[in-house]
Design a protein around this ligand. Structure first.
Ligand code: SF4
Length: 492
């Protein structure tokens, strides 16, 4: 139970109508989601309502307030933006949104419509910067044994998970829905979540932090695929080595066959690797995916050498084998029988291996929340919801989430994605339907709000809203354009 509630005299029950659960809440208690409570017989949204403020902004940059520590109170004359965090919901949505706020930005009258959306259609896309194998594409991702998502298409240097979505929230067992909802809430709130991939790895992922795979914290994402690594470093290897093989789960590169080696007039070394040749010096499927060299299952790099061609190879030939992060490397010299013999790595080659590592960016986990605001939520903004959708598509209305910039997908509806690390702390909640609660704001010029059939009678001035109870003022974090500004085409 939320600490701030104190039992009051009497035992009045209030019914919360902020979501379909319709909790009946006794005095001093909270509803099932802990977001609403019965405070002395009155239904009350309990968490702080977050307003963000551009403190002492000069030329668009945020500078310390008058050289002193900011005391957390509203600073007169600094721009304010009302976020949806803690704003509450209106259910069913035919009622106007909880806050419809007017403000003025550089002489333009603006309106921001603010609510906490309840999203059954939502999930997160998790980007894990590693070439380490996490599991087969489409494999189930589980938390506490329940499937909460799946491995999806890998991206350049990163493994990708899709977690949540309406099928796991509502289409499976009750437990699957509950665990999925809890997982989403933790990921969106920046907490660590431990997951297991069927036929794959155990993962600990946390937004903005390095992933942990099979108990080992990842340090680097790869510099590029094997072919790209050849392209980047070919000139630095030229003259110091006769062949370089960059081992990679996706594209293994072979320097003397590769276009880069051809341009440098390097003679073919005659070392053939396994796998399917794609184009010169670029090989697919040299090994199975795994946790060895370059995201393959290779522990000894010589395993991927299929044959050494006596037509080109010579005793004394110098061979460097390296992974795409520089984490694995080995140097060989061919003996009289053309067998690679391990040798001490020359200093120059060692420097190039270290430089591969230096060029790898730190491995991070990124969590993008994705949800559809194209449903009934729009009715809290306008009597004619399709006009809101059109206004967003026509770039007349800016969509933000907790003031953070979002990407709105083209096509139907208002399906958006937002980086959870750019949002205020505690932006997310849940209801037991189950669904995720997230802030959303629609900002537009007042005349455009009138044109889309907005609830004009419900507009309140920002100065009045700024006097609301349970207000929390947070300094604008400057992650994107000021959310209260007119869209660029209007400002032009
Ligand atoms: S779950 Fe929360 S929002 Fe839904 S009715 Fe209960 S208290 Fe209200």
């Amino acid at each position: 139970m939320n600490e701030i509630l104190k039992p009051a005299a009497g035992d009045d029950i209030v019914t919360c109508d902020a979501c379909p659960v319709l909790c009946r809440i006794r005095t001093g208690r909270t509803g099932a989601c802990d977001r609403y409570g019965n405070v002395a017989g009155k239904l009350t949204r309990l968490d702080p309502f977050v307003i963000t403020q551009k403190i002492a902004a000069k030329d668009g940059a945020v500078v310390p307030f008058a050289g002193k520590d900011w005391d957390g109170k509203i600073v007169p004359d600094a721009p304010l933006f009302v976020t949806g965090v803690g704003a509450g919901t209106t259910y069913p949505d035919y009622k106007p949104a909880p806050f419809i706020v007017s403000s003025n930005h550089q002489g333009v009258d603006m309106v921001t419509v603010v609510t906490e959306g309840i999203f059954s259609y939502c999930g997160v896309k998790v980007k894990i910067d590693t070439d380490r194998y996490v599991g087969p594409e489409t494999a189930a991702v589980r938390v506490g044994g329940e499937q909460v998502g799946h491995v999806t298409t890998a991206e350049y240097g990163s493994q990708m998970l899709s977690v949540g979505g309406v099928r796991h929230l509502t289409g499976g067992s009750k437990k699957e829905g509950v665990v999925t909802c809890e997982t989403l809430l933790k990921l969106c709130s920046g907490e660590a979540v431990e997951m297991r991939v069927d036929e794959g790895a155990t993962l600990t992922v946390q937004a903005g932090k390095a992933p942990v795979i099979n108990g080992t914290q990842e340090e680097r994402m790869r510099v590029g695929c094997g072919s790209a690594t050849i392209g980047i470093f070919a000139k630095q290897w030229f003259g110091h080595v006769d062949e370089v093989i960059v081992v990679d789960d996706h594209i293994t590169g072979v320097l003397t066959e590769h276009q880069a080696g051809r341009f440098l007039d390097m003679p073919l070394a005659g070392i053939r690797v396994r796998g399917r040749k794609s184009t010169p010096g670029r090989y697919f499927q040299v090994a199975e995916p795994g946790t060895g060299w370059g995201g393959t299952n290779v522990q000894d790099p010589l395993e991927i050498i299929e044959k050494i061609d006596i037509k080109h190879a010579k005793p004394g030939l110098r061979l460097l084998m390296v992974s795409t992060t520089g984490e694995h490397s080995a140097y060989f010299v061919l003996d009289a029988q053309l067998k690679p013999q391990k040798a001490a790595m020359p200093a120059h080659l060692n420097m190039t291996v270290e430089r591969i590592g230096e060029n790898c960016e730190p491995a991070l986990t990124t969590v993008l929340f994705m949800a559809g605001a194209g449903g009934s939520l729009r009715a809290g903004v306008t009597e004619n919801p399709v006009r809101l959708t059109r206004s967003v598509k026509d770039a007349l209305t800016r969509v933000t989430s907790g003031g953070a910039p979002v990407y709105v997908w083209p096509g139907g509806g208002i399906t958006f994605m937002v980086d959870v690390t750019t949002m205020p702390a505690k932006s997310f909640g849940h209801v037991p339907t189950p669904a995720i609660v997230a802030p959303i704001e629609f900002t537009m010029r007042r005349e455009d709000y009138a044109a889309l059939g907005g609830h004009l009678d419900s507009i309140r001035r920002i100065e009045d809203v700024a006097k609301a109870d349970r207000l929390q003022v947070q300094q604008w974090h400057d992650h994107g354009p000021w959310p209260g500004a007119p869209l660029p085409k209007d400002a032009a």
